[in-house]
Design a protein around this ligand. Sequence first.
Ligand code: HEM
Ligand code: HEM
Length: 132
Amino acid sequence: MNTNKRYSAWWLRMAALYLVTGVALGNYMGATHDFSLRSVHAHINLLGWASMLGFGLVVQHLADTLSARLVAVQFWLHQCALPVMLSALAALMRGNPAVEPLIGLGSATVGVAVLCFATNVWRGTGAKLRAA
Ligand code: HEM
Ligand code: HEM
């Protein structure tokens, strides 16, 4: 199987796991009326479920034109950094300000991963546009 298609399937699998986690946390917040982790819930759902769903579908759609190396680099940067960012954010919201540098590190790394994605999509669609 084309490695980009493999990564696409893994984006979709991870997206589904983040959806389950985000929805579970949303239900917990609703049931307990404890909204202190609202931002964690929002970003589990948005950087986890919604973004990963998007990455998975785009990588599947452009599997033949995207750089396999950039697809892999983006996947691993995002998958490693997001849990660090979100667990540190949860700790901050629970009153532990010492974790703030970890949120910064996680967020900046997710930012770099997103730049890899954007570069890859621009390059991949450029090749398609020239061929059209
Ligand atoms: C059964 C599923 C879900 C439940 C029970 C739930 C529950 C909640 C609750 C209780 C809040 C806090 C509201 C407040 O502080 O006033 C919240 C906020 C939020 N939720 Fe969910 N949620 C669910 C699914 C989702 C999904 C799937 C997404 C995104 C794809 C999402 C995105 C957000 C966002 C962005 C906020 C923050 C809104 C703001 O700051 O105004 N939620 N959710
Ligand atoms: C590394 C990437 C990101 C960083 C560092 C970041 C950072 C932030 C920060 C600092 C806030 C304010 C939180 C608060 O006031 O409690 C916020 C809120 C929000 N962000 Fe992000 N964000 C990122 C990615 C995204 C993405 C990709 C989406 C949508 C797809 C998104 C949607 C939202 C929404 C809806 C809110 C308001 C909900 C809330 O109260 O938490 N963010 N974000």
